[in-house]
Design a protein around this ligand. Structure first.
Ligand code: KG4
Ligand code: ZN
Length: 338
């Protein structure tokens, strides 16, 4: 079964063709990073207009690369939330138009669920896990992206229970804000990771443990970094910026790894699945792989950040379960899981 996935929730225009639950036939991502970088963050209207310009060429490219005809495609899966409404509308409308014109079933996909399903694509790749094979339920999912830091118990396909979430900034958002404080550009996660390579985590920065809760909080950490910068204790030399980046990265990773593993032990889950852009961070994945009592799955970096292959594979499980959307599918910018 070949599924066409479409993703336009934020600043990546993406289309992919995936066969069954794991075989990526094509995975095209047109990034808008260069366009938004000059503003230091995403400008919603610019993002939706850019999706309009690129969506059709991106879909055509995905179909050509997959060597797929419309007769080969069994269904269309499209992200309908959460995300920027103007961006989501572009993908959803294009998906509806194709579904109508080609008489194909449509599945509206939750972007957070799609991030989790990147692990199904990845579960057959040798580099993606510590060798324990495919996903087993119940598993604990940590979704860490630009908009979310959610800890989710997944009991089966389509069955999610939110255990915790961020009370303020998402992990990726914290990386982006910290990079701005340090003058490292956008997006902040890769910039901080790169700068941290030549630094040591010697700054004393706070960790919000929020004991007794599975929630996260990163705004205090960001503020502490800002105070260091204000006092002129960093930003003077490349070495001190690198140390600040390493210290910040270490503090975020400490909290994410410790709290997730604590929850995994408490709930007795069989596996941990990481997902979302921040899961592309090497220190985070190394710390998980080295300290988790259960197998940890981590998609390769290009499947952690926004892409449409994860939307297509999630769609595969929706079609298999008979969960099909009507042609009145609307976008839900604050859509949650569970
Ligand atoms: O999942 P994603 O591509 O988009 C959203 O759904 O938000 O995540 C983007 C976020 C950005 O905040 C970016 O700074 C962060 O993921 N990110 C990283 C890394 N690569 C991307 N954070 C830490 N380390 C990375 N290597
Ligand atoms: Zn995302």
């Amino acid at each position: 079964m070949k599924i066409l996935g479409i993703e336009t929730s934020c600043d990546e225009t993406a289309a992919a063709v995936v066969e069954d639950s794991n075989r990526i036939l094509s995975n095209i991502v047109a990034s808008q990073i260069d366009i938004h970088a000059r503003y230091g963050g995403i400008v919603p209207e610019v993002a939706s207009r850019q999706h309009l310009l690129t969506i059709i060429p991106v879909i055509n490219k995905a179909m050509i690369e997959a060597k797929a005809t419309w007769q080969d495609v069994a269904g269309i899966a499209v992200t309908f939330g959460p995300g920027l409404a103007g961006s989501l509308l572009v993908g959803v409308n294009v998906a509806k138009a194709i579904a109508l014109a080609k008489q194909l079933p449509l599945a509206g996909i939750n972007h957070l669920e799609a991030h989790i399903y990147a692990n199904w694509l990845a579960s057959l790749l040798p580099s993606s896990s510590n060798g324990e094979g495919r996903v087993r339920f119940p598993c604990l999912c940590l979704i860490v992206s630009g908009g979310h830091s959610d800890l989710v118990l997944m009991k089966n396909h389509g069955q999610f229970e939110i255990l915790g979430r961020t009370r303020d900034d998402a992990a990726g958002e914290a990386f982006d804000k910290a990079a701005r404080i340090l003058g490292l550009g956008y997006p902040g996660g890769p910039a901080i990771e790169e700068a941290a390579k030549s630094g040591t985590p010697c700054l004393s920065l706070p960790r919000a443990w929020l004991s007794g809760s599975h929630d996260f909080s990163f705004s205090g950490l960001k503020t502490a970094l800002w105070h260091y910068a204000q006092r002129g204790e960093i930003l003077t030399t490349a070495a001190s910026i690198a140390d600040a980046a390493a210290s910040f990265q270490c503090a975020v990773v400490d909290v994410l790894v410790t709290k997730t593993i604590e929850a995994a032990r408490e709930l007795g889950v069989r596996q941990i699945l990481l997902s979302g852009g921040v899961a592309a961070n090497k220190l985070l994945t190394e710390r998980f792989l080295n300290s988790s009592p259960v197998p940890v799955f981590v998609p390769p970096p290009h499947l952690c950040t926004d892409n449409a292959a994860m939307v297509a594979v999630c769609g595969y499980y929706h079609f298999r379960a008979g969960t099909i959307s009507g042609h009145d599918l609307d976008v839900v910018s604050n859509l949650g899981l569970g």
